[in-house]
Design a protein around this ligand. Structure first.
Ligand SMILES: [Zn+2]
Length: 466
């Protein structure tokens, strides 16, 4: 499979550093507020990548950091009059809740910066010893002039790098230098260090955490595109200067930005949508499909039309899956009239996987899934073979596992299906007896749980309403 590497600006063949094992680190949230639908896009797309890598048989370790100590957290805590670490704890819990609600289940470990202060201090000490960093009045800066590769990810020369005026301070030797350690102001959370009481800079948190679990080199580093500079550029400088090994990361992967109706999302524009609100309005499944309808690197525009399309795809596939569950095949084996259907299933499954192998091209994969949906609807209009249905179910099961949709989590799928079928049989008995009250009441109760029944000459089928 091929993955686009921001470092080379090309799609490259994916070859992990260590056989079948893959180490992936993704920049997690700074927990000072509720996460929004832009964050959700990033995390859903890495979840799909992780699911696909595991589906392909890689043994993947997916590590995500949580920035729970940072200037933004301190500023927000001051506004609210609460303790900064208390505030970040609260939003970390909210973040976990959002991830679970979005069915982002592929992360092996969430690592908090505040729990890795020892490793951070160790990394800064080595950078000072090796002459890559300098200290001024309890503040430690990375000296970019000592790292000639600085700028290689964002493809900027030293002059361009200086123009950004990162963290302007008269203490810095060069405007492009960035902070590794910041002295604490009164009342701010702080830790003891060789440079006095203080707290880490943002960039060093990630390299200390990734070094702790992965060592000096690993396979994939992900994050949103706006993190390329200065965050990821700084990470490369710190990690490669610290360990002396390069490259620090083999594949740099970045997700595109999310706009809302053509505008950047911001609190001041009042177009800020939290993950919580989005799930309440449209449901986790429609959201995941909406994100997967665009390639992870493309910018996306969040609008109702796109959401409606995602919802239509969701309902169409859900309804096909329900029909395949309920249908009574007229034969078990594959007859002459079934061969085209088997071929169609295999072709579409291959198209789906080829799309995923091509830099996780989820829009192409979804197109293949919808096209197979149409083929199956056509096939099921006539007499069907049980063998074809089970082959199609197996294809959709793979799509579901990779995209993280169409499965009813909580209660295992088989049990949920079995329970609903049992209820439908009881309702069928009631109807046969002419007990319409019971039949109607079962329908109404299921309706209130979001389960819709459709009576047809072929029997009753059910689907989850959106
Ligand atoms: Zn990061």
């Amino acid at each position: 499979m091929r993955i686009y590497n921001t470092m080379s600006r090309e799609k490259e063949e994916f070859v992990p550093l260590n056989g079948n094992r893959v180490k992936m680190f993704v920049c997690g949230p700074t927990v000072y507020d509720m996460a929004h639908i832009g964050h959700a896009r990033t995390y859903v797309m890495y979840d799909i990548m992780a699911r696909y890598l595991r589906f392909k048989g890689y043994s993947l370790f997916f590590l995500m950091n949580i920035t729970d100590i940072d200037d933004k957290i301190i500023a927000r805590a001051k506004e609210e009059g609460v303790d900064p670490l208390e505030l970040s704890r609260r939003y970390t819990e909210e973040f976990y809740r959002d991830m679970a609600a979005l069915r982002i289940t592929s992360v092996n470990l969430f690592a908090k910066a505040s729990e890795h202060i020892g490793e951070i201090i160790e990394q800064i000490s080595v950078l000072l010893e090796k002459g890559y960093a300098y200290e001024v009045d309890g503040e430690v800066y990375f000296d970019v002039s000592k790292f000639p590769d600085y700028g290689k990810l964002s493809k900027q020369n030293p002059e361009e790098l200086r123009r950004h005026r990162i963290e302007p301070s008269p203490k810095k030797r060069d405007p492009a230098d960035f902070a590794l350690w910041k002295p604490a102001k009164p009342g701010e959370p702080c830790w003891d260090s060789p440079w006095g009481k203080g707290r880490p800079g943002w960039h060093i948190e990630d390299t200390a955490i990734s070094h702790t679990y992965f060592g000096p080199q690993y396979d994939i580093h992900g994050g949103a595109i706006e993190l390329v500079f200065p965050h990821h550029e700084a990470e490369i400088a710190q990690a490669e200067a610290f360990s002396g090994k390069r490259p620090f990361v083999k594949y740099w992967v970045h997700t595109g930005i999310l706009m809302i109706r053509g505008e950047k999302m911001s609190k001041s524009l009042k177009n800020f949508i939290t993950i919580r609100e989005a799930i309440q309005r449209w449901g986790w499944e429609t959201l995941r499909i909406f994100y997967a309808m665009s390639h992870y690197r493309s910018p996306i525009d969040f609008d109702e039309r796109g959401i409606e399309q995602a919802k239509a795809i969701r309902n169409r596939v859900r309804s096909l899956l329900a029909k395949m569950e309920a249908i009574k095949p007229s034969r078990g084996d594959i007859g002459a009239g079934d061969e085209w259907a088997i071929r169609a299933i295999e072709d579409h499954e291959r198209r789906f996987m080829e799309a995923m192998d091509d830099d996780f091209n989820t829009p192409e994969a979804i197109a293949a899934m919808i096209s197979l949906c149409k083929e199956m609807e056509r096939y099921m209009a006539g007499e069907v073979s049980g063998a074809v249905i089970s082959r199609a179910k197996s294809a959709f099961d793979k799509f579901s596992r990779i995209l993280g949709v169409f499965s009813d989590e909580g209660v295992p799928r088989g049990i949920a299906d079995g329970l609903i079928r049992l209820i439908l049989e009881i309702r069928e008995d009631a109807r046969r007896r002419g007990d319409w009250d019971t039949a109607d009441s079962i329908r109404a109760r299921l309706r209130s749980l979001g389960i819709v029944l459709e009576d047809s000459p072929r029997g009753t089928i059910w689907r989850i309403d959106s």
